[in-house]
Design a binder for this molecule. Structure first.
Ligand code: HEM
Length: 694
């Protein structure tokens, strides 16, 4: 018997229980469930059977359609960059490029909608967010003259110089084919076997082993177009360009021990962070910067500007800001947008063109090709996330899932159908390939100008602070320790000898190599004269404020209500957020007797998820009691080990000490007694980490 639905606003669904105890909700307020054919469905709980206990009947078109559709829900994941997270926003040009490129997107004040997908590279779609890996940073600009895709990474160089090596590289990085693991990790024999036989990868290896490989948030990463592109002005003049994204919130990474724990505590750490930030009204912002240069600069430059394993130091060629990108909207549907978006390096618009970088030319083939398979046919530009937001008129037709089907008789040109004739080419408005002069014989050869594999790797290394250099050494030791074949470990150390002797010594000692190998024979000797480039250090380019960061506040019954209020105020003023963590998610009773709900239960919110932590414990035995819980001790011990800033009330001392805090609090620990102490704590947090802690 149906039970009454009650108030249609609060209970719009009538609920009944079937003979077998199953729940039926029948349409009251909500719309009627239908099949894909629009036929209303009477019962979605039971298949059609020959008697209640009898076999299923073929006639059950509703069951068969539902199951058929479910069976086909999956599409192939991307062959690389499978795990990603996309958000919407806009790009606003400041006009600084208007005289250099005719692209409408660079007009002064021009506002262009964008969709950005961040990704990891090696892991499968369901892998964790924090492997040591490159991060993809792909932007689709829906310009008035068509879609421009800037398909970049968070590192300005790449592993290989020729696209013919891409399949080998990806095979070597991903799971080994016999065993199907490791997942989302280059810490295995195949990856390092390939890398150590590919000396051109040494510069990129330095980047990936640096803290850039384990970012704290997608909001705190840079992006790079990597290749040299061309900009072409209204008069047809070409200027070479390298693209840079600079995050307004500054750069920040986690430490490796933290990354390992975050992957367990919250495998969705990065996507959740971005989702939460935008949902909470934050608007992550990047400046788009360019390095512009001409043939004369290219001739003089130390390296070949077509070599994607090299960068142009910012000190040598400053980055000019040409606009800003603001991300302000999460997707409505993950599959429709993030999964189905198709970026492609060959999506350029009039005013933006390619260089002869061989890797770029290879990419121009690969993306479109893979998307045909991934999205199931040639009409994926009809999917809303891929469709340009400007008129699209041509004579391409039909194919699987064609959604844009023109009316009329004419589907070719030239034609003589008068006002039914359809679109025509436009030499003035249309994309014109830059008429670069070419000559040469057909060869399969690598230019000699690509042969210096170590100088910029060294330059990157010597540009890092001592803390960052130590992290690079530790990362190499970690990765190579997972490599089982000793000869591969040795080979890597012999490469490191061409980069930096101290680094090679440290890694060799960390691996406990029996003896130091000879340096790897080099196609070109490492240049010792390249100056450090401070722009390459992440720690030297951190944020000036604590905005956008998150503090985990461990609270228990009796926590000082006034301090909590002051802390919340100080963090809000800084633009940072506060999360309350309590032994029970139901909340805690503060000193003023008010019950506060917690955001997280202690066991589900380890301190690795936060940028700084606070322990608000009342005087008395509460902290002692809490210290019995491993999660509470780990909360503090990890915060100490990861050199985080820690605020604490005197009542928290027993917990701090049981977790290994020094007798005398160090400079990263702030005692919170009165409201003003909270301001001091937040001020200290701006440094992000107390690196001086041993
Ligand atoms: C020869 C070199 C390369 C080849 C053949 C290649 C190929 C691919 C392929 C096949 C995909 C999957 C595309 C899809 O299914 O939609 C992909 C994704 C991607 N690639 Fe590359 N790639 C290369 C180098 C690079 C470089 C140098 C960068 C950075 C500058 C890069 C950045 C990306 C990004 C960000 C994505 C993910 C796009 C998304 O979010 O959908 N790739 N690449």
């Amino acid at each position: 018997m149906p039970t009454p639905s009650g108030d249609p606003k609060t209970d719009p669904v009538a609920t009944t229980t079937g003979a077998g105890g199953e729940t039926h909700q029948t349409a009251g307020g909500p719309s009627v469930l239908t099949t894909q054919q629009g036929v209303p469905v009477a019962d979605d709980q039971n298949t059609l059977r020959a008697g209640p206990r009898g076999p299923a009947l073929m006639e059950d078109f509703h069951f068969r359609e539902k199951m058929f559709h479910f069976d086909h829900e999956r599409i192939p994941e991307r062959v690389v960059h499978a795990r990603g997270f996309g958000v919407h926003g806009y790009f606003e040009s400041n006009g600084a490029l208007a005289s250099v490129s005719r692209a409408a997107v660079f007009g002064k004040g021009e506002k262009t909608p964008v969709f950005v997908r961040f990704s990891t590279v090696a892991g499968n779609k369901g892998s964790a967010d924090l492997p040591r890996d490159v991060r993809g940073f792909a932007t689709k600009f829906y310009t008035k003259e068509g879609n421009w895709d800037l398909v970049g990474n968070n590192m300005p160089v790449f592993f290989i110089q020729d696209p013919i090596k891409f399949p080998d590289m990806v095979h070597a990085f991903k799971q080994e084919p016999d065993r199907g693991f490791p997942q989302a990790a280059t810490a295995h024999d195949n990856a390092w076997d390939f890398l150590t036989l590919t000396p051109e990868s040494m510069h990129m290896i330095m980047w990936v082993m640096s803290d850039r490989g384990i970012p704290r948030s997608l909001r705190f990463i840079e992006g790079f177009g990597v290749h040299t592109f061309r900009l072409v002005d209204a008069g047809g003049k070409s200027t070479f360009v390298k693209f840079h994204w600079k995050p307004k919130l500054g750069l920040q990474s986690v430490v490796w021990n933290e990354a390992v724990k975050i992957n367990g505590a919250d495998p969705d750490f990065h996507r959740r962070d971005l989702w939460d930030a935008i949902q909470a009204g934050e608007r992550p912002e990047w400046e788009l910067g360019v390095q512009l240069f001409d043939e004369a600069f290219a001739e003089k430059f130390d390296f070949d500007i077509l070599d994607p394993t090299k960068l142009i130091p910012e000190e040598q060629l400053p980055v000019k800001v040409v606009g800003r990108m603001v991300l302000d909207r999460t997707v409505d549907n993950f599959f429709a947008e993030t999964e189905q978006v198709a970026f492609c390096t060959q999506n350029v618009v009039p005013g933006i063109d390619f260089s002869d970088d061989p890797l770029l030319q290879g990419r121009n083939f690969s993306y479109l090709d893979t998307q045909l398979k991934r999205l199931g046919g040639p009409n994926f530009t009809h999917i809303p996330i891929n469709a340009p937001k400007c008129p699209v008129i041509n004579f391409q037709q039909d194919g699987h899932m064609a959604m844009r089907n023109p009316k009329g008789r004419v589907n070719y040109e030239p034609n003589t159908w008068g006002d039914q004739a359809g679109p025509r080419e436009s030499p003035e408005k249309g994309f014109q390939t830059f008429p670069a002069a070419l000559n040469g014989t057909k060869v399969r050869a690598r230019p000699e100008t690509f042969a210096d594999h170590y100088s910029q790797a060294r330059q990157f290394f010597i540009s890092q602070t001592p803390v960052e250099q130590a992290h690079i050494a530790d990362a190499l030791i970690f990765e190579l320790s997972k490599v089982q074949r000793v000869d591969i470990r040795v080979r890597m150390v012999s490469h490191l000898l061409n980069i930096d002797q101290a680094l090679a010594d440290k890694v060799a000692a960390g691996l406990r190599l029996a003896e130091m190998p000879k340096p790897m024979p080099a196609a070109k000797p490492t240049r010792q004269d390249l100056k450090p480039s401070p722009a390459l250090s992440l720690l030297s380019n951190g944020p000036k404020s604590f905005a956008g960061r998150k503090v985990g506040v461990l609270v228990m019954d009796g926590a000082d209500a006034a301090l909590l209020k002051a802390l919340a105020g100080a963090l809000k003023a800084e633009g940072a957020t506060l999360k309350l963590i309590a032994p029970e998610v139901g909340g805690f009773k503060a000193s003023d007797g008010v019950m506060h709900p917690a955001d997280e239960k202690l066991e589900g919110a380890p301190s690795v998820l936060f940028d700084a932590v606070v322990i608000l414990a009342p005087e008395g035995g509460a902290a002692d009691q809490l210290a019995m819980k491993p999660a509470a001790r780990d909360f503090v011990a990890d915060a100490l080990a990861h050199k985080k800033f820690i605020g604490y009330t005197p009542g928290a001392m027993p917990l701090l000490q049981k977790a290994g805090a020094p007798e005398k609090p160090d400079g990263g620990m702030t005692s919170l007694k009165v409201a003003g102490d909270c301001d001091q704590f937040v001020e200290r947090c701006r440094q992000l980490r107390f690196w001086a802690r041993p």
